[in-house]
Design a protein around this ligand. Structure first.
Ligand code: ATP
Ligand code: MG
Length: 370
């Protein structure tokens, strides 16, 4: 029996629809285990830009920092990414990640037995897949794009005498590499004791340093099997033999791309949760931000087609990592598995014989199973 405060940032597009279902499931947990969850709802993304003029206000950031955990939906409107947007909704994520130092993004990929046929891969290739991608989240190429720009880290389109050119900068410090590698090795100790560090050391200096640090950290974990792998080869092996992986650790951009690829092993983007963790401690554990790996999906927003399972499993990760409630997290995973076993599917998982239900019904089924 505990009291916990959770900041809820539903965001844009399908964000509010799936987050609402995650809260429904958290409330079912609260009833079953006699906990009290107090929610602080705040605007983020396009919703915040329209109401408050910024992608996330300082006041909201403060509230996030003071809560036990953050449940996040998705941000982003319809954009053609041609540089014409004045305020970028994605700035909210950058501010949260940078401001609260969420440098480690954990993305587990474990296809459910009854969903093996929902993937485009053969069931016999997928069978037994259970991997965790540990993506570095506060370094690499992504931060130069912020306003105001990060000093010494250019990201711009500029005029030269030969026409325009564009520049992004990929910087990693040894400290940043080491701390994410340690998250990966510590995670592997609780799993199948294997770490694959993914880089592009044949062409990138940042990757050469990455590999040097990875080799050094690996020598401190003799109980964990370790390998280095080039990112292009990793993209191939993920589809060829996903069962060969346990923990994959990689830099920001590579992790972004590889996890969208890996999501298809689980059948849909709508199935994969994530946790972003840093060093900030709370009364119950580590402060974390929990969100589906998918975005705001404006193409299906408001139609009841969004799969809320990624958001619901993100709530399970929240219970486990930030609140230390392992049994409760396992109960959610179990309820999701049972609901899928019973044949219920959202539109993204449509297959012959499935009982197609909408976003809200899926949330209700899972909550009722609890
Ligand atoms: P971001 O830049 O935020 O990562 P994205 O451009 O990668 O966004 P998403 O919003 O993640 O795009 O979605 C890509 C497509 O996948 C959507 O257009 C939608 O059709 C599908 N999709 C994403 N999430 C879900 C979901 N929860 N349920 C069903 N379909 C989804
Ligand atoms: Mg994406």
């Amino acid at each position: 029996m505990g009291n916990y405060t959770i900041t809820v940032l539903p965001g844009d597009g399908i964000g509010p629809e799936v987050t609402e279902q995650a809260i429904l499931v958290l409330n079912a947990i609260a009833r079953r285990y006699q906990h009290t969850f107090t929610y602080h709802r705040r605007l983020v993304g396009v919703a915040a830009i329209e109401a408050e003029g910024v992608a996330i206000s300082d006041e909201s950031l403060e509230i996030c920092q003071q809560s036990d955990a953050i449940l996040f939906g998705a941000v982003g409107g319809i954009s053609n990414y041609d540089g014409s947007d004045k305020v970028k909704p994605e700035e909210a994520l950058f501010k949260l990640r940078k401001g609260l130092q969420f440098f480690a993004n954990l993305r587990p990929v474990k296809p459910l037995k009854n969903l093996l046929s929902a993937s485009t891969l053969k069931p016999e290739v997928l069978q037994g897949t259970d991997l965790l991608v540990v993506r570095e989240l506060t370094g690499g190429l992504y931060y130069g794009h912020l306003e105001p720009p990060v000093p010494g880290k250019p990201s711009e389109i500029r005029q030269t005498e030969h026409g325009r050119e564009a520049i992004d900068t990929l910087i990693y410090t040894e400290t940043e590499i080491e701390r994410i590698l340690r998250v990966a090795f510590d995670s592997a100790r609780d799993r199948k004791q294997k770490v694959t560090s993914v880089d592009k050391a044949n062409v990138l200096s940042s990757s050469v340093l990455w590999r040097q640090v990875a080799n050094r950290v690996a020598s401190e974990y003799p109980d964990v099997t370790f390998e280095n792998l080039l990112v292009d080869a990793c993209a191939m092996h993920l589809l060829r033999k996903p069962t060969s992986f346990d923990v994959i650790v990689t830099e920001n951009l590579f992790g972004d791309i590889l996890t969208d690829e890996a999501s298809m092993l689980a059948g849909s983007m709508g199935m994969l949760p994530s946790a972003s963790l840093g060093t900030h401690k709370t009364a119950h554990g580590r402060l974390g931000l929990y969100e589906p790996i998918h975005g705001s999906a404006p193409d299906i927003a408001g139609q009841g087609k969004a799969n809320p399972i990624a958001a619901i499993l993100s709530a399970a990760m929240l219970l486990q990592y930030s609140l230390g409630l392992k049994d409760e997290a396992a109960a959610i995973e179990d309820a999701v598995t049972k609901t899928i076993e019973a044949g219920y599917r959202t539109e993204d998982l449509r297959e012959a014989g499935a009982r197609i239900i909408n976003t809200q019904q899926m949330g209700q089924k899972i909550a009722a199973t609890l």
